[in-house]
Design a protein around this ligand. Sequence first.
Ligand code: AR6
Length: 204
Amino acid sequence: LTPPSTARPPPTTVSYPSLQPIKPSKALNDKISLYRGDITTLAVDAIVNAANTSLLGGGGVDGAIHRAAGPQLYQECKTLGGCATGGAKITDAYRLPCKKVIHAVGPVYNVIDPGVSEEDLTSCYATALELAIDNSCRSIAFSAISTGVYGYPSREAAPVAITAVKRFLESDMGTNLDLVVFVVFEKKDLDAYHKYLPVYLPPV
Ligand code: AR6
């Protein structure tokens, strides 16, 4: 990761809880990693899917996860009764190398009121992390929820994701997690994490 070029994050439309001074933390940084590639190949305890409210599959990363997991995943998802935006539900992983799949429902980006989208996206990350802990998962890999067909700009979604994860890892529950991986597929998301990880998690 490259060090931040300025002490303050550059101006954008997102709010910055991090405008307060940030204490660099090696312990925290050691738990967070960035990976570019296919999330279905990762042998972590839990991967986080970018699902929709039906939880019955779709395109993008959702389609890739269902294809790789096999039809039993769809059968289990049918029993879940859907999920509200901002929420998440957990299933087994079947043919995937991970142990569990957490299906998070991100918001369709709201251009008129981005604050609502930010709340829902934050809730997705927080709920997924709580579910991971409740199911004894110590490592978790997140897809870049909502940044595909749901239209959340990557440069706004990345700070929201990083802030939610950071807050969780700093809480009492966070001590039960060893590793959080941000998985990116496209360059725009890679660029966003390269830009914001050093801002929120300064190198020690
Ligand atoms: N591994 C990791 N990331 C991936 C992969 C993959 N194999 N494939 C795509 N991505 P999207 P959303 C990235 O559209 O915006 C579905 O139809 C992709 O580059 O999958 O939350 C659902 O059923 C992007 O950064 O999810 C919903 O209906 C990120 O995954 C709807 O799309 C999320 O893009 C959800 O839309």
